[in-house]
Structures are given as C-alpha cells and as structure tokens.
Design a protein around this ligand. Structure first.
Ligand code: SAM
Length: 277
C-alpha cells in the first residue's frame, strides 16, 4: 500500500484483514472446490481473493474503489482464474453478472469481508434477488451476526433474523477479535455462514405483504403484536377483523413480535391478507 501511496478510506469500510488463520477459516467455511465459483465483495488489496483463487475454480471480485485496481492487478497476477469488476455491489446487476461470469461452475458462493457500513443492504440484495447461491460466508459486525442467527424469544430476534432465516440457515463460524484488521474497527466481528435454502423456510403467497407484517410487528418492540398490527393495518372500525385473523392463526393477541416463529408469521400474514381482502 505504501508503494502505491494508498491511504485507507474509512467511509468505504476499509478494514483490511491481516491474519492468515482467519482467512483460512473463511475459505474453509465456504466449502469450495475447483468446480465451484466464489463471488467476493470488496477484495481490498486481494488477501482473501488470493486464497479464494487457490480454492475455487473461478473468482469474481467486485471493488468500488478504483485506487485499488492497480494493486489488485499485482496481487492477483498469478491467478488467471480471478477477475476484478470495478463497481458498487449495490448498483450492479448481480443476476446478470453471476449468470455470465460463472458459466460452467457447479455452484457459486459469496465469500467476503464486508464493508460494515453497508452489510445489511448487501445481504438483503443478495437474498432478495434470489441469486442461485450455495453459501454466503461473510465477516460482519458481531452484533449483526447475532441478529441474523437469533432464535425467537430474545432481544436480538427481529425482522433481520426473519428475513435471513426465511432464505437461509445461519451458522456462526467464529468470533473475530479486532486485532486482525488494519485499521482496527471499534466493534467485534464474526464470520457467519448462510446456507441458502432451496425453498424458503415457510410457505408464503405474498412475500411483500409477509415482510410488511413482520416489519409492523416489530415497529415498537414493547407493544403487543395486536397493538403493532392495529396501528399499521386497521382502523377503530375494522379492528374486529384483526381479532378474527389472530384467532384463525392461533396467535394470542397479547404476544410480542419477538416470540413468533417464521411459520407463525407466515400463518398470520395469510389470515391478515384474508380479512383485509
Ligand atoms: N477483502 C479485503 C480484506 O479482507 O482485507 C477488504 C475488506 S474491507 C472490510 C471492505 C472492502 O469493500 C474495501 O476494499 C472497500 O473499498 C470495498 N467496498 C466498500 N463499499 C463497497 C461497495 N458498495 N461495493 C463494492 N465494494 C465496496
């Protein structure tokens, strides 16, 4: 970096990994082999990219910071199976990119040390665009990993847990101290592995409405599910219909959103759609 006169940009979440042990743990969790592809988001100077290129048949790495491209050219020189795409992962058409650049691969996984300022939008884009992914193995803020993997009943469980677990099975791979980065972030980190489900975790007819019900149920965490839903979908006059829907879904009006499983939210959104016509 010194040779290139490169200075790290905090605004782009540039905390680079300097620990080989962690790099190997991330790559091992992705279960790659030479028939498979790896999509990396934010290669930085290419430390993880090199390990991915050794393990996978093909690697495509999307980097937003143009200043890193000459360095990546150097670090990836010996890896003709690795390619860098310059762009913002949130703006690129990932479905087209995956289809075109991983032709012939038996599967594709996302493997990355994500920029923390955009972790959730990136994960949601990957999930909602229904990319044909096998795994998503990412280093993220520990607190966000805890929320993604949380089970019903705790303070970490919320709309992010449901969105992630609707599409994937999460597994916490390891907790990472901040000493393995330069510069050191102020938060703890974790590697999380999301195994993308072939079918979503629950049968849902209208996904947009299902997620709207989930969002509304957590609008004010201290409120009961009935109060949160009443505020979002019903008036004083139509409130009776909410009771009908809760009863039909077998959910006590006094429960809080954080106690409902994905299956229960699916049932509830079906019954709510019915009474709302
Ligand atoms: N992979 C490297 C490592 O592990 O050392 C760097 C990881 S660093 C946490 C995040 C990287 O993501 C940086 O290189 C940053 O420039 C890049 N980045 C930030 N926002 C991005 C975006 N929207 N699209 C693509 N890359 C982005």
């Amino acid at each position: 970096m010194q040779r290139y006169g490169f200075t790290l940009k905090k605004s782009l979440g540039q905390n680079f990994l300097i620990d080989h042990n962690i790099l190997h743990k991330i790559v091992a969790a992705a279960e790659l082999d030479k028939s498979k592809g790896a999509l990396e988001i934010g290669p930085g100077i290419g430390a993880l990219t090199q390990q991915l290129a050794k393990a996978a048949g093909r690697v495509v790495a999307i980097e937003i910071d143009q200043r890193l491209l000459p360095m990546l050219g150097e670090t990836l020189q010996a890896f003709p199976n690795a390619e860098v795409v310059h762009g913002d992962v949130l703006k690129l058409p990932l479905d087209k990119l995956v289809e075109e650049r991983f032709k012939g691969c038996s599967s594709v996984s996302v493997v990355a040390n994500l920029p923390y300022y955009v972790t959730t939008p990136i994960i949601m884009k990957l999930l909602e665009s229904r990319l044909p992914l096998e795994h998503i193995v990412v280093m993220i803020q520990k607190e966000v990993a805890d929320r993604m993997a949380a089970k019903p009943g705790g303070k970490d469980y919320g709309s992010l847990s449901i969105a992630v677990q609707y599409y994937c099975e999460p597994e916490l791979v390891t907790i990472v101290p901040n000493t393995v980065f330069i510069p050191q972030p102020n938060v703890d980190s974790a590697v999380i592995k999301l195994k993308v489900r072939q079918q979503p975790a629950a049968a849902v007819d209208d996904e947009a409405f299902f997620f709207a019900v989930v969002q509304a149920s957590f609008a004010q965490r201290r409120k009961t599910i009935a109060n949160n839903l009443a505020g979002r979908f019903f008036t004083k006059e139509t409130k009776g219909k909410l009771e009908v829907a809760l009863k039909a879904a077998g959910i006590e009006a006094s429960r809080r959103g954080e106690t409902l499983s994905i299956e229960e939210f699916a049932r509830l959104s079906r019954e709510l759609a019915r009474v709302l016509g």
